[in-house]
Design a protein around this ligand. Sequence first.
Ligand code: G4P
Ligand code: NA
Ligand code: NA
Length: 193
Amino acid sequence: MNFLEERILKDGIVKEGNVLKVDSFLNHQMDIELFDQMGAEFKKRFEGKPINKILTIEASGIGIACVVAQHFHVPVVFAKKSKSINLEGEMYVAQVESFTHKCQNNVIVAQKFLNPEDHVLIIDDFLANGCALQGLIQIVQSAGATVEGIGIAIEKGFQSGGRIIRNLGFQLESLAIVESMDAETGNVVFREQ
Ligand code: G4P
Ligand code: NA
Ligand code: NA
């Protein structure tokens, strides 16, 4: 078991509806030492890739992406979410559906921050159905830039996002893949990696 899986077992809380609460260390209160370990691990897993930019999405992706970026010495761009678009200047826009919040969001990045020369590592906290991630991939591709890889903290392996993204041929690295969880017992089972 790796450091993130251990932390999930220690401090994660399984809620009804297949929701894993990790707000004491990942997406509300944030354990920066843990994020730093995640950065070191992503650096290892994406060794040799010519990554010059990290792309994430607000809100919970930002903190992780910033600490990870210190290991890559590259800037972070975060995509903004908006229900309406008021186009100030040139934007890349992708439409994504939120499984949890049951709504449509526009995911937006200013064109000036993504270029065909960019080699992008996408970072996010959770991967469930992968809608947000597919929106980010679409935005990178709209810019003519290259997706070098995708780094996720926690993948919900029983939802379809991971399989879809891997089938598209992307190097997707999830530090913890939850195979199943049980709200009654609090049990969490991880996929062997
Ligand atoms: P998808 O992009 O993979 O399809 O994600 P989905 O719509 O399923 O999830 C919507 C939001 O809920 C995402 O955050 C995602 O990170 C989060 N999420 C999904 N499953 C879990 C879970 O089991 N536990 C927790 N804590 N979060 C989960 P968001 O609303 O898009 O953004 P943010 O503002 O929270 O970053
Ligand atoms: Na997120
Ligand atoms: Na989230």
